[in-house]
Write a protein that binds this ligand. Structure first.
Ligand SMILES: *[C@@H]1O[C@H](CO)[C@@H](O)[C@H](O)[C@H]1NC(C)=O
Ligand SMILES: *[C@@H]1O[C@H](CO)[C@@H](O)[C@H](O)[C@H]1NC(C)=O
Ligand SMILES: *[C@@H]1O[C@H](CO)[C@@H](O)[C@H](O)[C@H]1NC(C)=O
Ligand SMILES: *[C@@H]1O[C@H](CO)[C@@H](O)[C@H](O)[C@H]1NC(C)=O
Length: 458
């Protein structure tokens, strides 16, 4: 009896040791498979999938979730929607493709460890990204916009109608970048599919002054975009202890000297995992080169960059969006004036397609996603629960929506980000009276003048 028990224990222990050994010598916890989600997918930041912020879409991409939205009372009706939308899933830029190729070559030529994921990369994975793919929209990106358009028809059935489309009460405005123009065209296809229309005259208007305002704000370009010291915190973090640890762990996993791995190499590896997933839906062997803590460090590095380059880090970042802010309120005012004067709406829906860089400064100008303590190179640990998370705010096809409602008591404004209601900071009502919103932002409405704000004082 005792002997039997001992034998069993030995047997079990033996198996545990064997499987532990197998686990340690393999970097693939799950083998790389189609249709499985990488464990680190929610840390992809601006390279993240829209489905990660609204996971019910994984089961049904055309579903809308009413419990995430606060509506005004049923006596109100929607009279206008402005949606500012980021382009859909895209290829990496040429600069990043170059980094990815270099890292791939390093793994193929220099990695000495005998891990499953490494042999999978060496024997099966091909470097298929080409320089000319340079940031173009991929098929998944077209789908992002087609599906979003179809969901918006469900959200706003009285605004996105065939009649409004045909009568010119729907406007499409886009940045000139091909990924945005093609996203806009895909959005239009989604509208037509959803409404069952074969053809319609609805040409997107290109407007970079609005959708790429950051290029045209001299002060922003000089003080931030072209100024290395404006991103000092990012540089410090990339040279700091957390990133160093990620680099060392990567070197250990590959079996290469620590000096072979830079912050660019780990960034390239992270991109490879992210792009293989968002473009091909694959949980690739690259993802196995990171554990969860590594991914959190990579996410923080990305968020720090957005914070200092586009958000609260420098005051000019948010102010560079004054022109888009005024464009929005000018349109809302016009709709309100018109409905108050003759009861009609001539502009039911305005869709504006741009970039993560278009949305972040505007959200910042509105005072959203502001942490009490700034994001810095030294506070990674205490910022674990920060609200400034670019993966939640601006994944591919991220969308900011402003909805005007006509109610018996007057006009109300609802705001949604990524199909979830948002209460504007300083206002308690999730669907406040439009006049209260204007009162709240009156300083910006009366100032925030693009020319003044962006001019350099020599
Ligand atoms: C809608 O969102 C709520 C709140 O996050 C969630 O609990 C619910 O599961 C979602 N509905 C569906 C159909 O997934
Ligand atoms: C845009 O889409 C069209 C067709 O849908 C395609 O021919 C073209 O190559 C696309 N352009 C880019 C830059 O992706
Ligand atoms: C660059 O950024 C630093 C830090 O924000 C700032 O002190 C400096 O004035 C900027 N340089 C220029 C040319 O604007
Ligand atoms: C990879 O190995 C080659 C020699 O086999 C060496 O010349 C090269 O410097 C190594 N690359 C890196 C990044 O360590």
């Amino acid at each position: 009896m005792v002997k039997q028990v001992v034998t069993t224990i030995c047997f079990v222990l033996f198996h545990c040791i064997i499987s532990y050994w197998a686990f340690m010598s393999s970097c693939s916890i799950h083998s790389s498979t189609k249709n499985s989600i990488p464990a680190i997918a929610r840390y992809f930041g601006t390279k993240g999938r829209y489905e990660e912020v609204n996971s019910y879409l994984i089961d049904d991409i055309l579903a809308i979730n009413n419990s995430l939205v606060t509506l005004p009372s049923s006596t109100c009706s929607a009279i206008h929607l402005t949606a500012i939308i980021r382009h859909g899933t895209r290829f990496p830029t040429t600069k990043n493709i170059l980094k990815m190729r270099e890292f791939y070559n390093l793994v193929v030529r220099n990695a000495t460890n005998n891990l499953n994921c490494l042999s999978e990369i060496k024997s099966q994975w091909e470097m298929w990204y080409k320089d000319e793919m340079d940031g173009r929209l991929v098929n998944k990106g077209r789908e992002d916009h087609r599906h979003l358009a179809q969901r918006l028809i469900k959200w706003f059935p009285s605004l996105l109608t065939e009649d409004n489309l045909r009568q010119g009460r729907v406007q499409l405005i886009t940045s000139s970048k091909h990924r945005c123009v093609n996203s806009t065209i895909a959005f239009r296809e989604g509208l037509m599919t959803g409404l069952g229309i074969k053809e319609v005259e609805l040409e997107p208007a290109v407007n970079d002054a609005l959708m790429r305002y950051f290029d045209q704000c001299e002060r922003f370009v000089k003080e931030v975009e072209n100024n290395k010291s404006a991103l000092e915190e990012v540089k410090r973090f990339n040279e700091g202890p957390e990133m160093k640890r990620v680099m060392e762990k990567m070197a250990d996993r590959l079996g290469v000297p620590y000096t072979s791995i830079t912050d660019d190499s780990v960034e390239a590896a992270f991109y490879l995992c992210a792009y293989e997933f968002t473009i091909l839906k694959e949980n690739s062997p690259w993802c196995q080169l990171f554990d969860e803590v590594d991914a959190q460090v990579m996410e923080y590095a990305g968020d720090l960059k957005q914070y200092w380059k586009r958000s609260y880090g420098h005051d000019i970042n948010r102010k560079s969006s004054c022109i888009l802010f005024h464009d929005l309120f000018h349109r809302l005012n016009q709709v309100v004036d018109k409905i108050n004067s003759d009861g009609t709406v001539s502009e039911a829906v305005t869709v504006q397609v741009g970039h993560a860089e278009t949305l972040i400064p505007l959200l910042t100008l509105l005072d959203l996603f502001k942490d009490d303590v700034p994001l810095r190179s030294t506070n990674f640990a205490s910022q674990q629960n920060r609200i400034f998370r670019s993966g939640h705010i601006v994944p591919y096809a991220a969308n900011l929506m402003a909805v005007l409602y006509k109610c018996p008591e007057g006009i109300r404004l609802g705001v949604r980000l990524n199909e979830k209601s948002l209460t504007l900071p300083g206002l308690t009502d999730p669907v406040p009276m439009y006049d209260d919103v204007k009162k709240h932002y009156r300083a910006l409405l009366g100032g925030c003048d693009q020319e003044t704000v962006c001019k350099m004082n020599y």
